[in-house]
Design a protein around this ligand. Sequence first.
Ligand SMILES: Cc1cc2nc3c(=O)[nH]c(=O)nc-3n(C[C@H](O)[C@H](O)[C@H](O)COP(=O)(O)O)c2cc1C
Length: 305
Amino acid sequence: MTPDLRVTIAGVEFTNPIMTASGCCGYGEELAACYPLSKLGALVTKSITLKPRLGHPPPRTAETASGMLNAIGLANVGIDAFVRDKIPFLEKQNTKIIVNVAGSTLQEYVEVSARLADCPRVDMIELNISCPNVDKGGIEFGADPVMTERSVAEVKKVFPRPVIAKLGPNVTDIVAIAKAAEQGGADAFAIMNSAFGTSIDVETWRPRLTNNRGGLTGPAIKPIALVMVDLVHSNCRLPIIGIGGISNADDVVEFMLVGAMAVQIGTALFVEPDAPLKIITGLKEYMKRKHLPTVADLVGKVRKY
Ligand SMILES: Cc1cc2nc3c(=O)[nH]c(=O)nc-3n(C[C@H](O)[C@H](O)[C@H](O)COP(=O)(O)O)c2cc1C
């Protein structure tokens, strides 16, 4: 029996449930030099804003005991250059394309999304309403249920294909935010963005990031992400894409058991760019060993006490 890795999320069919996470492989060009992107279920781009952004000055990443901190500050080429220079490359890739959208104002989210509506190969957009690394925007939207609902609803008016709400852990009640996104018309959730964190150099007494704090990612955040996915899966109806510290097939199985239909790989790409391929092979082996014909057989099947 060959396990069937296909999954369908909001009507979009993916050849397998393994995607890259936003910000961890730019716009795909460098990764495509390592292996054909057709091997991925989807490529998720770096967050795109209206105007180009340089981001925060370096150092803007720092290693931690079991993960990394980053405060990139949404550095990106901006929507004009993205449509002109990056979309033609992405259009040639035989994988699903998800463009992550960020903004400092509601209008910015709407304008960027409206531009992407004209790019038919953009299969979905992922709304970054949970970035912990910028002063304005990002988390301001995703920490407040009213703003969450409004931002999703306004973007849905201008973008005709599915919209994923990317939620973060730096909120009081992720279920309230998820319900607001659902109310606004979101088609799926991506859970989760990075967790607030910092690190201080004891010799200089200075923070290791020029932004003073940033987002913690990698294996350190996996237990937090699993509980966030579980909470939202138990209380909401939309499909979930799980993210947070995934570096092998067992990690993917854990996320699926608590309710994720697909997953994204972030920090692991910096360690092993071909981690997604190893994960796909490992997932197939796991499914064969457990006699599971489809990945859907795993979703939400955790045997709770
Ligand atoms: C260097 C870096 C840059 C990131 N940039 C973005 C971004 O632009 N937009 C976004 O929504 N998430 C961004 N993220 C968060 C990831 O997409 C992901 O949610 C997070 O890293 C958790 O997954 P991981 O533990 O597998 O890395 C970034 C993460 C890292 C490490």
